[in-house]
Design a protein around this ligand. Structure first.
Ligand code: AMP
Length: 268
């Protein structure tokens, strides 16, 4: 059962260092006509011990100006102590977190689910906007909202890319100039993989060659796989739930990307 009507804010959770990907979510939230709350919170509990929490890019004044221009009515920028005054109760989403990002980054999705749930409780949004760039995160949040009967409507928005195809990310600034030139190969291998799969080529061959090709170009590939977006498990079916997903490192920078196999595909 849902609350009647569309009253209540539209929430766009972010970790700041805003770029066009974030701004597209804020604009989409603004178009609903609901008041828009943008949260800017670098959530320590979703970073692993060897990850970039301390050096995560921060520029609050710039973020506030960009978010406001894109249509934010309120900025919520809490301190860590405000969100986590003591060791927190946590939310563990099963199944959708077992593989891929969940496997490479243990505890990451527990941190994400917990902070998103807390943001929902604090802001009480009617709608919440997330980017398909983080496809597994979308699946995890969908699952949490359904399992815990959270009364919020989820909207998942398309990936915004640089002109050369690289998915925008706050972490792209870490890429060295030569790695930045190589980085769009990730998207190229997704497009190529999709068209070869749709042309009926052997799935294992397509997946293996994409991994090899990225490896030869200097990427350390964590995964390149065909998955079902609802379960976030591997699939060998081509249908409206299938997506190609990839995560690979260039130098110290980890890039993730994905491609839904069909226009009008089901989303998580
Ligand atoms: P982050 O600040 O990285 O936590 O991202 C905040 C929100 O922006 C998440 O829902 C992301 O999926 C979304 N986002 C990040 N990059 C992009 C992008 N290139 N296109 C669309 N959404 C994005």
């Amino acid at each position: 059962m849902r609350r009647a009507g569309l009253e209540g804010p539209a929430l766009v959770p972010t970790m700041g260092a805003l770029h066009e990907g974030h701004l597209s979510l804020i604009r989409a939230a603004h178009r609903t006509g609901n008041p828009v709350v943008v949260s800017i919170f670098v959530n320590p509990t979703q970073f692993g011990p060897s990850e970039d929490y301390v050096r995560y890019p921060k520029n609050l004044d710039r973020d506030v100006a960009l978010a406001t221009t894109a249509g934010a009515d309120f900025i919520f920028h809490p301190d860590v102590a405000e969100i986590y005054p003591r060791p927190s109760t946590t939310i563990t989403v099963p199944e959708a977190t077992e593989l891929y990002e969940g496997r490479v980054r243990p505890h990451h999705f527990q941190g994400v689910a917990t902070v998103v749930c807390k943001l929902f409780q604090i802001v009480r949004p009617r709608l919440a906007f997330f980017g398909l760039k983080d496809l597994q995160q979308c699946a995890v949040i969908r699952r949490m909202v359904e399992d815990l009967d959270i009364d919020v409507e989820l909207r998942f928005e398309p990936i915004v890319r640089e002109p050369d195809g690289l998915a925008m990310s706050s972490r792209n600034v870490y890429l060295s100039p030569s790695d930045r030139l190589k980085a769009p190969l990730i998207h190229e291998r997704l497009i190529e993989g999709k068209s070869r799969l749709l042309a009926g080529e052997s799935m294992e061959t397509v997946l293996e060659q994409a991994r090899d090709s990225l490896g030869h170009a200097g990427f350390i590939v964590d995964y390149y796989d065909l998955i079902d977006t609802t379960t976030f498990k591997p699939t060998r079916q081509l249908d409206v739930n299938s997506a190609l997903i990839v995560a690979a490192k260039l130098g110290n920078t980890r890039l993730i990307d994905n491609l839904l196999l069909f226009d009008g595909s089901n989303m998580p």
